[in-house]
Design a protein around this ligand. Structure first.
Ligand SMILES: [Zn+2]
Length: 202
């Protein structure tokens, strides 16, 4: 037995075993879609699909806030916006379990502490690797940074395309959904909000 993505569960590399009921669920779905799960090309598919879903949903095993636990309090008098933009991410919509593919911009205005810039992306991924709706993903990322860093302001803008809309339903490729959540000074003060959105390219 060989397959393109390498040997399977009995193999010494030791991929995690997939319970029979999970495999059977995938076979049921294949049958429901109109194919035969016993045909050769589909024999290993249930295991692959199951493992892929564990990976897509890895965020359930992570505490997003833990990525922000290491802070730097020495900010050298820096009191301007910190922004990470064009962060690519993938998620899955909770209504169709279809891919959501997009990019995020995450900004905050520090009070007295900052984090390593890559940590903002880690927070995003920890929430994105779950079944999501884009609105909640946006709000959760903003809230997590707000709670952990206690900054003067947080702004998160997410732009994504939803396969449940581009590949099925109204089938409109090229359409992006944009969601934003602004907190603190970015919410209260028009000028600050405009500044951060402009830096983000909006
Ligand atoms: Zn959907």
């Amino acid at each position: 037995m060989s397959s393109l993505d390498g040997p399977d569960e009995d193999d010494p590399r030791g991929k995690p075993p997939v319970p029979e009921d999970v495999q059977e669920a995938v076979r049921t779905l294949i049958r429901w879609a109109g194919d035969d799960p016993e045909r050769e090309g589909l024999l290993d598919t249930p295991k692959r699909v199951a493992r892929a879903w564990k990976e897509y949903c890895q965020g359930y095993t992570e505490d997003p806030a833990s990525h922000l636990s290491r802070m730097f309090e020495e900010v050298g008098g820096y009191d301007e916006i910190v922004l990470l933009k064009d962060i690519p991410f993938q998620s899955h919509c909770e209504h169709h379990m279809a891919p959501i593919i997009g990019k995020a911009a995450i900004a905050y205005l520090p009070t007295d502490r900052v984090v390593g810039i890559s940590k903002l992306a880690r927070v995003l991924h920890a929430y994105a690797r779950r079944l999501q709706i884009q609105e909640r993903l946006t709000a959760e990322v903003a809230q997590c940074i707000w709670d952990e860093l206690q900054p003067k302001g947080v702004a998160v803008v997410i732009e994504a395309s939803h396969a449940c809309m581009t590949a099925r339903g109204v089938r409109t490729p090229g359409v992006n959904m944009v969601t934003s959540r602004v907190m603190g000074i970015f919410r209260r003060d028009d000028k600050s909000r405009q500044e951060v959105l402009k830096l983000m390219g909006y």
